[in-house]
Design a protein around this ligand. Structure first.
Ligand SMILES: [Zn+2]
Length: 340
């Protein structure tokens, strides 16, 4: 599994560096992300994030090596394996936050259109959004891979910056060096990562943007929630949420893990009676979808329910808050089940 992530090197200075790394999916998942088992493929020195197709300069040498691994590489002999061992390797997915994955795979920004289906962002209303579910059967169809690949190739033939720009706004596709891998499918392999999508994306959006900014949850409510949260005792391995729910504009600096604990353990008992019936429905559907998805083993009937619940969340938000509140993340959550 291929990953790209950005991090800040210093506390007091905006200096973004990036790392491209690989995870070996054959390993059991509890040791996959141990430092000694990760493959460090490239370091992007910064100080700013690499823009758009310029990521290809970093990808190119990595892809050369991946091509060798696809054909097969002989590991040297050891005492345990005196004849050595021939291994092959393929990238099976890219799992990152959405902007990073779009750069890797050559897709246009999530604000313009979906990379998996034919949904295009609406420009009606004050800002771009993914609202409008009535004609879902028309656009909720997987994109045509061959057309995508043809358009990516054509991007390479563009002769000027202007021509490339025109090509991207028409086709939504750029060239990515990863497309040199004969098996790579930039639509299917670019999965929607539930951690970014559900916890850092939608949970944050519902609680902060819809409820706190929308005045459904007031400062007094936040203080009450904080008081209630302090009374909940959770097992040590579950990760307590920071007790400061009411500080600042609410939920300051929550990590993905803390949003997960908040949604799955705290949200229902501490805020249920503060919400009206519609928002209770949004919360209940969202909590249920998350609860099913974080199970170690997820069966197909559970996935059907997840899709139904996430679809309900999206529709309820649209009906009650308007279509401009349907963010790219809310749309992408409809693809989580097919990614699973
Ligand atoms: Zn889509």
């Amino acid at each position: 599994m291929f990953n790209l992530d950005w991090f800040q090197l210093f506390n007091s200075l905006a200096y973004s560096s990036g790392i491209i790394y690989g995870i070996i999916c054959n390993l059991p998942r509890d040791i996959r992300f141990k430092r000694e088992n990760m493959l460090y493929l490239g370091l992007l020195p910064g100080p700013e994030e690499v823009k758009l197709h310029k990521i290809n300069h970093y990808l190119s040498p990595i892809v050369d090596e991946l091509l060798e691994f696809w054909d097969g590489v002989d590991l040297p002999s050891t005492d345990l394996h005196p004849t050595g061992k021939r291994i092959r390797m393929a990238v099976i997915c890219c799992s990152n936050d959405i902007p990073a994955a779009r750069k890797l795979c050559g897709h246009i920004s999530a604000l313009v259109g979906c990379h998996r289906c034919y949904k295009i962002a609406n420009i009606s209303g004050r800002k771009l959004n993914y609202g409008g579910f009535d004609n879902m059967t028309e656009w909720f169809v997987q994109k045509d891979l061959n057309k995508y690949l043809r358009n990516a190739e054509r991007w390479r033939l563009c002769k000027s910056k202007y021509e490339r720009k025109k090509h991207v706004s028409k086709t939504h596709v750029r060239w990515s060096e990863l497309l040199r891998l004969p098996y790579f499918n930039p639509i299917r392999f670019f999965v929607v990562d539930p951690m970014h999508n559900l916890f850092l994306g939608i949970a944050h959006w519902i609680v902060k943007r819809l409820w706190i900014d929308g005045g459904k949850i007031t400062k007094t409510h936040l203080k009450l929630m904080e008081k209630r949260a302090k009374k909940i005792q959770v097992p040590v391995d579950l990760g307590r949420i920071p007790s400061k729910i009411a500080t600042g504009e609410g939920f300051s600096g929550y990590t993905a893990d803390q949003w997960r604990s908040f949604i799955m353990i705290y949200a229902t008992p501490i805020m249920w009676d503060l919400l009206d019936e519609t928002n209770q429905k949004i919360l209940a559907n969202f909590v249920r979808a998350c609860t099913l998805l974080v199970c170690r083993i997820v069966n197909k009937s559970a996935l059907l329910e997840v899709h139904y619940r996430l679809h309900q969340v999206a529709r309820l938000i649209e009906e009650n808050y308007g279509q401009e509140k349907i963010t790219p993340n809310i749309h992408l959550s409809l693809h989580i089940v097919e990614c699973c």
